[in-house]
Design a protein around this ligand. Structure first.
Ligand code: NI
Length: 179
């Protein structure tokens, strides 16, 4: 396994529509997924899409840590998961604002409107079909990672630029506001 270099915003690999994975069970895909999981843990992050490690393929890894999951049973913690050639369907017109960061935009975050619930379907490295309906943080991380496969970064979805900034400054401001 190996820790991979992460592409940063401005690199064209992050702006293209990625190609389907022809053979999800291929040894090179298994290796890529294992390396992406290791890279995500090392960063640390909660999601990583293949274009972020310079592979323009339709796959991403993610996790839902216990401190980010919600009370909804569709938003319970999830260990390392992979979705290859995913399809994503947003459920309902409700959008909710939540903070997002991205390993390709280090040190920053913004509040981004996302669907509260989504349905997704993809395969894992063993060819098993993974299909779920989820909400909350789980729904948010999947929408964020899926966007990467279409060349969309969270910055392109900012609706209120007063809710976009450096983590250090936003943390300071939140501490001051709570004082
Ligand atoms: Ni990202």
């Amino acid at each position: 396994m190996a820790i991979l270099k992460i592409a940063r915003m401005g690199h064209p690999v992050l702006l293209r529509r990625c190609d389907p994975v022809p053979d999800p069970g291929a040894p090179e895909i298994r290796r890529l997924v294992a390396d992406m999981m290791e890279t995500m843990a090392d960063a640390p992050g909660v999601g990583l899409a293949a274009p972020q490690v310079f592979q323009p393929l339709r796959l991403f890894v993610f996790r839902v840590p216990g401190d980010r999951s919600g009370v909804d049973p569709d938003d319970s913690p999830v260990g390392n998961a992979v979705l290859i050639n995913p399809e994503l369907e947003l459920i309902g017109d409700d959008r909710t604002l939540g903070w997002e960061g991205c390993l390709s935009i280090p040190g920053m975050r913004a509040a981004i409107p996302r669907a509260k619930r989504v349905r997704y379907r993809g395969v894992d490295c063993d060819g098993n079909v993974v299909t779920r309906e989820v909400s909350g943080f789980h729904a948010r991380v999947v929408q964020h990672e899926y966007d990467h496969l279409d060349g969309i970064l969270y910055t392109m979805r900012v609706t209120d630029f007063s809710l976009f900034g450096f983590n250090e400054e936003l943390n300071k401001a939140a501490e001051d506001a709570a004082r």
